[in-house]
Design a protein around this ligand. Structure first.
Ligand SMILES: *Cc1c(COP(=O)(O)O)cnc(C)c1O
Length: 361
């Protein structure tokens, strides 16, 4: 049997084994064509079906209303940091952001090329350990932007900020898309790099309300307009075929195991197990995120010294649990337990952490 570890990396991240197996099985001969999916033209009917299935599955699983488009774009979520203000800017209207971590900070940095950016709330002074309470955006702004899950710091929004009716809320959902049911209509735009909960790196999903496609200045570069990709069903140019194909397989799998609601149940259970280890460790493990802001996906914690943390990372690796080192900007440890992380992996980690505490207290 193939050796498989439990992979707690933050992204690219673990994928469901049945999805990898299916990709392997179909690799040399896709849809009876005698070629791999990497080798076929994106203008074939076989490719068209992959694209249609990926779109329909996304719509079905997320409950996306008819007046929203689903786009599959290259360039990573980071490209959306500037495509968002480029596509949504309005003359002399500011764009408002909440700064809840490293990715928000990077997103904010890109806005100034397109107009005035205002940061309405930030948790930077507390090392991004919480989501600010009662956030309300101004009226009369081009759009409002949040990052729903903060991958580096392990915090997650548990409420929707207040936004006036005519202001689109934009959300970077890169690390918690399809993790729990959401109401798409609460948002004007959702974007997410695939490599955490959806598939491999190389494609970013953008869900955008149709009326917002027409704001983009005419003279903007063709490839940078969401509208271009919306009009051509994400096939204006060659789409990232392999990542999209892998996302399709993973969406099929998600549907098979009961969809987003079933996934939420598992995610809640998994997170509870690890936070319980932290909370019952008498301070041996210190959670980074404030309890009311904890992420279901990225569990961040520190120990009394970097040496002890390194020892824990190393012992975890020896026991087949890899990727537990925290992001360099936070330090400590991080267990990323995305959709594809099995409950079994989380249970094994919890047992290990308890044993590690006993031996090193
Ligand atoms: C990983 C991540 C990104 C960056 O994604 P790329 O595809 O590498 O550009 C942006 N935002 C969040 C919240 C992330 O977790």
């Amino acid at each position: 049997m193939t050796k498989r570890v439990f992979n707690f990396f933050a992204g690219p991240a673990t994928l469901p084994l049945p999805v990898l197996e299916k990709a392997k099985e179909e690799f040399l001969d896709f849809a009876g064509m005698g070629m791999s999916v990497l080798e076929i033209s994106h203008r074939t009917k076989e490719w068209d079906k992959v694209m249609t299935d990926a779109n329909n599955l996304t719509r079905e699983l997320m409950g996306i209303p008819g007046d929203y488009k689903v786009l599959w774009l290259g360039g990573g979520a980071s490209t959306q940091f500037y495509m968002t203000p480029l596509n949504l800017q309005l003359p002399s209207k500011p764009m408002e952001y909440v700064n809840t971590g490293g990715w928000s900070t990077k997103a904010i940095k890109e806005v100034k090329h397109f107009g005035e950016v205002k940061v309405v709330a930030s948790s930077e002074e507390e090392k991004f350990s919480y989501i600010p309470n009662n956030v309300a955006f101004s009226e009369d702004i081009a759009f409002a932007h949040i990052t729903s899950n903060n991958t580096l710091y392990g915090t997650e929004w548990s409420y929707l900020p207040s936004v006036s009716d005519d202001v689109p809320l934009v959300c970077d959902m890169s690390s918690n898309i399809l993790v729990r049911p959401i109401n798409v209509e609460d948002y004007g735009v959702i974007y997410a790099g695939a490599q955490k909960n959806l598939g491999p790196a190389g494609v970013t999903m953008v869900i955008v309300r149709e009326d917002l496609l027409n704001r983009v200045p005419e003279q903007a570069p063709t490839m940078q307009k969401w509208k271009t990709h919306a009009e051509k069903g994400s096939m204006f140019n060659t789409p990232p075929v392999f990542p999209i194909y892998m996302c399709k397989l993973s969406l099929e799998y998600l549907k098979e195991i009961g969809g987003v609601k079933a996934m939420e149940k598992m995610n809640v259970e998994k997170a509870k197990i690890l936070y319980n280890v932290i909370d019952t460790s008498d301070g041996f493990y210190k959670g980074h995120a404030r309890a009311d802001s904890r992420s279901l996906m990225n569990v961040t914690f520190t120990m009394s010294s970097p040496e002890l943390e390194q020892k824990c990372v190393d012992e975890g690796t020896t026991r087949g649990m890899i990727g537990l080192k925290g992001h360099r900007s936070v330090g400590g440890m991080r267990a990323s337990i995305y959709n594809a992380m099995p409950l079994e992996g989380v249970k094994k980690l919890a047992v290990f952490l308890r044993e590690f505490q006993e031996k090193n207290e």
